[in-house]
Write a protein of this length. Structure first.
Length: 379
């Protein structure tokens, strides 16, 4: 992963985690406050129920003239106070203030009830409990544990999503890097040949046939690279017209004659009349790219055959061939099925783009180390 990919990865990860943790924090806070509120209400109703129960029994004992005995309650302390605010039964956990009927102090909830209305000399029923504070602490611990587990899960999901999200970008960036490297390499070869040829001309002060051929081949290679890159980058609209495909093939054969001679390739043709309604440049791109690949991936002293009818164009070579597992990649832009002969992986993608545009079909039959046959069917 290069620097740009890493920066994109960490930026996406930071953005995802920040937004997720903000949402998680808000959700945790809302859940905590709602649970605390519910716990406080539950605690109030429980303490109020205890106060009502004690008050009812005090009143009942007073009306029946029976002795009253204060029962014990689980997780709550109850005290009965007279009008002088002195404890008559039970016990207080902490000193109380009579300014409020229900309040919390030092972790203890206190409820003061006057429902006994002075029966048996009891003016106040005081209920105190620390159950709510203990339960709130448990709620806090549970929420904290859930937040930690969720945060870990979010981090894991974020990393996975970051890789998934950036994978196509990473692949495309890698393709572009490879494309730049391959283009630089492709440009270096003809440019070096041109420089050497010019240097030879300067030294000899005359131009021999070999030097002229080198200049011609190098110049054509540069032009082909320029034409491919221009088509990929701009693909300018060109009007269709009726063209003689056999003539274009003949012109391309003449155009590549020096390269064919350099590799000592024998080229045979069987050309019938074929008229297509197509943009001339695109017809030329189809022929030049398929024929160029056939020459590029052919061995020295091998053969190439070109067959043309009104229905189909077929170019077959005896070159290195294409492995079966790589056949599905050959039309993908910037992808090469082999490092043999150079190139930067746009030739067949251009051909496929044009063929799809005009509703043609392309068939490729290839065996590794034996050769490749490419057929373009016009109908």
């Amino acid at each position: 992963m290069n620097k740009l990919a890493k920066r994109s990865f960490y930026s996406f990860l930071a953005l995802y985690l920040t937004s997720s943790f903000v949402f998680l924090s808000l959700a945790a806070y809302w859940f905590y406050t709602s649970q605390v509120s519910m716990e406080m209400q539950r605690n109030f109703y429980k303490m109020n129920h205890i106060a009502d129960l004690v008050s009812a029994r005090v009143i009942s004992a007073a009306m029946r003239h029976k002795p009253f005995r204060l029962q014990k309650f689980d997780k709550a302390a109850v005290a009965l106070l007279d009008s002088s605010k002195r404890v008559q039964a039970g016990m207080l956990v902490q000193d109380i203030t009579f300014e409020k009927d229900f309040y919390i102090s030092d972790g203890i909830f206190t409820l003061i009830s006057k429902r006994t209305t002075g029966h048996l000399g009891i003016e106040y029923v005081v209920v105190q409990s620390d159950e709510c504070v203990a339960n709130v602490a448990k709620i806090k611990n549970k929420i904290a544990y859930a937040v930690v587990v969720t945060a870990v899960l979010i981090i894991f999901i974020a990393v996975v999503l970051s890789y998934i999200f950036l994978k196509p970008i990473k692949e495309k960036m890698q393709e572009i890097e490879d494309f730049v490297k391959d283009t630089s390499h492709e440009l270096n070869t003809p440019i070096t040949a041109l420089m050497m040829s010019v240097s030879r001309l300067k030294n000899k002060e005359k131009c021999d046939e070999k030097t002229l051929k080198n200049i011609s081949i190098s110049t054509k290679q540069l032009y082909d690279i320029y034409a491919s890159l221009s088509f990929v980058s701009f693909d300018t609209k060109e009007p269709k017209e009726d063209i003689d495909l056999a003539k274009i093939i003949t012109e391309q054969i003449e155009y590549t004659a020096e390269l064919l001679e350099r590799k000592n390739i024998t080229l045979t043709t069987k050309l019938q009349a074929c008229t297509l309604h197509i943009a001339p440049t695109k017809a030329k791109m189809i022929v030049s790219n398929i024929l160029g690949n056939a020459i590029k991936y052919s061995h020295q002293s091998s053969r190439i055959s070109i067959t043309l009818s009104q229905e189909k164009l077929t170019i077959e070579d005896e070159g290195i061939g294409i492995a079966k597992e790589k056949l599905h990649l050959i039309f993908k832009r910037f992808v090469r099925a082999s490092d043999y002969g150079g190139g930067f992986g746009v030739g067949l993608s251009i051909v496929k783009q044009i063929i799809d545009e005009y509703g043609y079909t392309i068939e490729i039959d290839s065996q590794e180390h034996q050769g490749t046959k490419v057929s373009v069917v016009f109908r």
